[in-house]
Design a protein around this ligand. Sequence first.
Ligand code: HAM
Length: 413
Amino acid sequence: MKIQRPRGTQDFLPQEMAKRRFIENKMRKTVESWGYQEIQTPIFESLDLFTLRSGETILDQSYIFDDKGGRKLILRPELTEPVTRLYVEKLQAEPKPLKLYYFSNCFRYERPQKGRFREFWQFGVELIGSDRPESEVEVIALASSVLDTIGLKGDLHVGHLGALRALMGDLSDEQKNSVIRFIDKKDNEGLRTYLEEIGATSLEENIRALTESEDIKEAREMVGDVPALERLEDISDMLDIYGISHKIDFSVARGLEYYTGMVFEIYAEGLGTENQIGGGGSYRLAHLFGGKDTPSTGFAFGFDRVVLALGDIQLPQQTKVMIVSTRELRDWASRKVAPRFVQHFHTEVDLMSRDINGQLSHANAIGATHAVIVGDKELQKGEEFVTLKDMKTGEQEMLTIEEVINRIRLMDI
Ligand code: HAM
């Protein structure tokens, strides 16, 4: 019986894995240098954590199950709520703002297609405990800096849910959330039907006008001088000072329902419909999980989409050393020579009892950059002697082990 991996999941072969780690490490370095510390939370959580504020869409897409003790559990569909739970449990007394980051897998039962998976990875940050526009700007600037570091161009759209909410005036919170959901899905038909249902068709034209507007002044004419627009203006001005190009976009509504203010999304080219490589915004969740009311801002990149958007990238060539020896000297080469190299480089020895030529052609096949030959000629000169062969040029030279290590190290830089 041939068993296939579940729909919407991915296997990563060594080359792909090397590429993912290369990108991941660059992203980690950037957020760490901005002062963010890594955390990890469990793959599954109590369902309650996500029923309070995530919203219908995300719950409909979640893997929810009972464990053998009858507890209702959920495979995490995202990480902002787990991070807030952890913050409330263990980190509330830490100095503010608290800067955390994560790189973890998430699970959503969505229809798989290019860039849309059922298991995918998020690389995200949460800045907890500040309500200042500077913090919101820092989070957006960090997202932009991460993209710069990995060499990906993103199209940044910034909005504020307060503007939409103000426009909807007397509707209940639940109705406002439903409208925001239709806007997030860009489902104009659904929105029209819903507005008819709740007797608010007069809003349709204004919602359309606001979500199509890219201008804060224009928005002011529609919703008045509300604090949301003042905040968005501050943020936009500061982003200009940082030199971060962005578009004001009131149609950024986000699929999760916990956002309370500024929201943003980043899109990349070449991904088709799933072009949103990252998104985030400001939210308040801590008080819902038993903590103090705490303003926070964060974002998450869809790591798989980032990797897809980057396409083929040139990875730095890794030094790979193959220790090549005669059959008689194999034990000597493995026990005495290889351990000296493995301390510095990726080093392999012959495990197939091949002759010298066989080992050299294997070294070629696995992309070794250097072969270190241990033979009678070398041993006759002294126990420290080996021959270094540059696999690219074919040049050979007999040197001491120490000299070879130094020579390869110099080439490595
Ligand atoms: P989100 O927009 O739901 O936000 O997800 C963040 C990113 O994850 C998306 O922009 C997208 O790139 C990626 N993503 C989402 N679903 C999938 C999927 N099925 N397959 C592949 N990639 C996907 C959040 O999850 C928030 N927690 C972000 C945040 C952090 N807000 C504040 N802090």
